[in-house]
Design a protein around this ligand. Structure first.
Ligand code: NAI
Ligand code: MG
Length: 364
């Protein structure tokens, strides 16, 4: 069996604590012949402390050569005053840029055991399983011009520019259509074509891509603001949502919070398929940060990191059965009443990071 090359970048704060649980899981899978080869590197503040960069060239080279990168979290008050270019986040931004991770996948899944603690009514979120596909390397966060101009009359002007080219919209919608085929076969594309030229083009290119290659998938278009309303009103109408960088940033945060705590939320970022092997570069990470307020206490919720590894199994290694089993193990442990502090509620059993990881591995 070909080895599966994983690079683990645990980072700072609770990153290493959550990653330790995934390492145990991988070791357990390897005992049964899964064949993962693990390498580890430094990213973020710990990398800065070691060699003055948020990620070293050596670790970047390893990331580019890996089948998948598992990323913990970076940052913390210790590095608040380091120079901007080498701040902890620069490590993550460099990885996203050099690996050309243009597709950010954020699932919003409602575990049955947690449906009652959502801020929405239980029937609105129960059984929810949607996926937001956000364009990650283009749009208004990167478009030029991007500047603040002094107008000389006591006024300044701040400028950001939303730019999308055909190929960028084609490739992100392609990812969404392909993922939809493995799910409920339904894509909703969101933009604001009523007020934005880039929205008009987005709508045109998604429609053309659908017609040319994915006509078997159901496609709807929705204005992004209406989409925000619908996500809160009746999120179960969606399967896959595809949208640009800015709308995706906001809509994925909204969708995520339908289902609970930051400590539960995984994500994946994918690049283009390799011309020879067809494999996509990929990085998997929890949505949460390094949580300095709870770091070192052994109480961090490892589920976001473990669920990110489930996405890795699914999308980088086509280990769909294993990914399903891992997600089922998480649901089963929650059904049993085990809770880390962040998701604790009355009558449940509070456990720490390690015990939660062990319980999930035991059910897997
Ligand atoms: P955060 O996500 O680290 O924490 C927000 C709150 O949620 C905290 O109260 C924290 O204790 C709690 N929390 C987060 N993850 C949890 C988990 N797994 N289990 C239990 N509780 C959890 O965001 P915050 O506080 O805004 O940022 C802290 C640091 O993390 C900053 O340096 C920030 O720049 C960095 N950060 C890094 C990210 C990354 O590495 N991708 C993303 C977001 C923030
Ligand atoms: Mg955000």
């Amino acid at each position: 069996m070909a080895t599966k090359k994983l690079l683990l970048l645990a980072g700072d704060g609770i990153g290493p604590e959550a990653m330790a649980e995934v390492k145990k899981l991988i070791a357990a899978m390897n005992e049964k012949g899964a064949g993962f080869a693990i390498d580890e590197g430094l990213v973020g503040g710990c990398a800065y402390d070691a060699h003055g960069q948020a990620i070293s060239e050596e670790d970047m080279t390893k990331a580019l050569a890996a089948d998948a990168v598992l990323f913990g979290a970076v940052g913390g008050p210790k590095w608040d005053s380091v120079p901007y270019e080498v701040r902890p986040e620069a490590g993550l931004l460099r990885l996203r840029k050099d690996m050309e991770l243009f597709a950010n996948l954020r699932p919003a899944i409602c575990y049955p055991a947690l449906a009652a603690s959502s801020s929405l009514k239980q029937e609105v979120v129960e059984g929810l399983d949607i996926l937001i596909v956000r364009e990650l390397t283009g749009g208004v966060y990167f478009g030029e011009p991007k500047q603040i101009i002094d107008l000389g009359n006591g006024q300044k002007r701040g400028i950001d520019t939303q730019v999308y080219d055909t190929f960028e919209i084609e490739r992100i919608s392609g990812v969404a259509f392909e993922l939809a085929r493995t799910r409920k076969n339904h894509v909703t594309s969101m933009e604001k074509r009523n007020v934005m030229k880039s929205g008009v083009l987005w709508n045109e290119v998604v429609t053309a891509t659908h017609k040319a290659k994915y006509a078997d998938v159901k496609l709807d278009h929705m204005l992004a603001d209406a989409g925000g309303m619908q996500l809160v009103r009746w999120p179960k109408q969606f399967d896959v949502i595809v949208t640009d960088n800015l709308f995706g940033d906001m809509l994925s945060d909204v969708a995520a919070m339908l289902t609970g705590s930051l400590g539960m939320l995984p994500s994946a970022s994918l690049g283009a398929p390799d011309a020879k092997t067809g494999k996509r570069k990929a990085l998997y990470e929890p949505v949460h940060g390094s949580a300095p307020d709870i770091a070192g206490k052994g109480i961090a919720n490892p589920i976001a990191m473990i669920a990110s590894f489930a996405m890795c199994l699914r999308y980088s290694f086509s280990m769909v059965a294993e990914a399903d089993r891992l997600e089922a193990a998480i649901a089963a442990v929650l059904d049993d009443g085990l809770r880390t502090k962040d998701i604790m509620s009355e009558g449940k059993t509070e456990v720490g990071t390690t015990a939660m990881g062990d319980a999930i591995i035991a059910k897997f």
